[in-house]
Design a protein around this ligand. Structure first.
Ligand SMILES: Cc1cc2nc3c(=O)[nH]c(=O)nc-3n(C[C@H](O)[C@H](O)[C@H](O)COP(=O)(O)OP(=O)(O)OC[C@H]3O[C@@H](n4cnc5c(N)ncnc54)[C@H](O)[C@@H]3O)c2cc1C
Length: 418
């Protein structure tokens, strides 16, 4: 084995959405960085494959042409125009993302198999500032007075890579998180999900809305069907880990049971074919504020536990936190200050200022899902009231409106039809 020493400004561990997001904006700022990835792209990631408006927003900020490329390629990226919530009583509520849609409007979000989407992002990292080592194995992470030293093996060469700062973009089982926040590695609020690909499911919404089915047995989690390009669909279940433990749930049996026996779901799968197998993975939810940085390190995406506690959306937050991490690194480099206090102020505080409000609302919504009657009540009312449906539509884009869901006055207004 040969040995080599490398010096750079930033080391990023992981080339998923969080790592790619960080890299895009470091490149924009002209900051050289090395990305170390254990897999080889294209690689799969267990996910629902739903990409929201936040994902589109960050991609557009990185380069508007990339978003145009995505929205023009419906063989790989299916435009998303809305969502169907199915209440515990089985009633569906179809909520368009853009209630006043015009022909020239572009879809606010899209779905795409992660094998395809992550590979798209991976390809876009190529730049003179970015050096990627994939199929690389990190053997140790250490700190010294100059910052961080990562030892990795790649193509039979052992590298010692040093930089003033390291970014943990290495997902749910983050080794960077374990190294720097050992006392805080396993958040109790995590959820788990199972995902499978099917073809031939019937009864999709005519505009291919993504579907969340809040079945009684899954609350506060849900069963989903997300249409994908080429007649495929991503089907899965997500549930709190604590619920699995306390109720001794076999998630695989539960998911297959729903597909086989649920009176609303099963008929739609009568001629559907499973493509591949069921796969599971963890969802580190943003249920409470956690440290995201410290001296010489920052965590992004799942490594930072930034998944929305209600929707399970994590791709957008991974990209978004990467974008904010890059901005914080730019400031840190300018001031040559990689201290814990500086990074907390320029990264943690900014992340929670921008996303903390959403997380609070979503945590409350997740708890409200423990009350199926409340869910049924809102959906029943919305079924009859176009103005309430419109209000719910607007909640997707407007956080102040979404915050109404946390207030008893919202439900009282619905009750009295005001
Ligand atoms: C069942 C399920 C359904 C979901 N559905 C959705 C959805 O529909 N929409 C949505 O927005 N979000 C969804 N999520 C969440 C979403 O998948 C994650 O939030 C998102 O992938 C986080 O991106 P990331 O870059 O932080 O981590 P990841 O996507 O996990 O990427 C981490 C990268 O780091 C690499 N890595 C890991 N360890 C190392 C190491 N030691 N050395 C080098 N590289 C390493 C990995 O190979 C990987 O490439 C779902 C999650 C699950 C589990």
């Amino acid at each position: 084995m040969t040995h080599q020493q490398l010096k750079t400004s930033v080391i990023i561990i992981g080339a998923g959405p969080a790592g790619a997001g960080t890299s895009f904006f470091l490149t924009k700022y002209g900051i050289p960085h090395i990305v170390i990835e254990k897999d080889t792209f294209p690689r799969d990631k267990v996910c629902g494959d739903g990409c929201s408006g936040k994902t589109a927003l960050v991609i557009k900020r990185a380069n508007p042409e990339w978003l145009d490329e995505i929205l023009a390629d419906e063989q790989s990226f299916l435009p998303s125009w809305g969502i169907t919530f199915s209440a515990p009583n089985g009633k569906p509520l179809h909520v368009p993302f853009a209630p006043n849609r015009t022909p020239e409007m572009k879809a606010p979000g899209f779905t795409s198999a992660r094998m395809v989407f992550d590979n798209f992002l991976f390809g876009k990292m190529a730049s003179p500032q970015c050096t990627v080592y994939q199929n690389a194995s990190v053997t140790s992470i250490d700190t010294n007075i100059n910052g961080v030293v990562v030892e990795m093996v790649h193509n039979n060469t052992q590298y010692m890579v040093s930089a003033p700062i390291i970014i943990g973009a290495d997902g749910d089982k983050s080794m960077v998180r374990k190294k720097f926040l050992p006392e805080n590695t396993a958040p109790k609020t995590s959820a788990v999900g199972l995902r499978a690909y099917y073809e031939g499911i019937t009864g999709m919404h005519e505009e291919q809305f993504i579907e969340l089915h809040f079945l009684k047995e899954m609350l506060p989690g849900y069963f989903w069907i997300f249409p994908l390009p080429n007649g495929m669909a991503n089907v899965g279940v997500g549930i709190l880990s604590e619920r699995i433990r306390t109720k001794k749930i076999n998630l695989r049996e539960q998911m297959l049971g729903i597909i086989k026996n649920n009176p609303i779901i099963a008929p739609r799968f009568a001629n559907a074919k499973l493509v591949g197998k069921l796969d599971g993975w963890g969802l580190p939810l943003a249920m409470s504020r956690q440290p995201l940085s410290g001296i010489n390190f920052m965590l992004t995406g799942d490594a930072a536990c930034l998944i929305d506690p209600f929707s399970g959306e994590g791709i957008g937050n991974a990209l978004y936190s990467g974008m904010l991490a890059a901005a914080a690194i730019k400031e840190a480099a300018e001031k040559n200050d990689y201290s814990a206090a500086f990074l907390k102020q320029s990264y943690d505080d900014v992340v929670y200022k921008r996303l903390g409000g959403e997380f609070k609302i979503s945590s409350t919504l997740q708890r409200l899902c423990n009350y199926p009657w409340l869910f049924n009540f809102v959906v029943n009312k919305a079924y009859k009231s176009p103005s309430l449906r419109n209000t719910i539509s607007c909640m997707f884009a407007d956080m102040d409106m979404r915050d109404q869901l946390r207030k008893p006055s919202f439900y009282l207004k619905i009750l009295f039809n005001k």
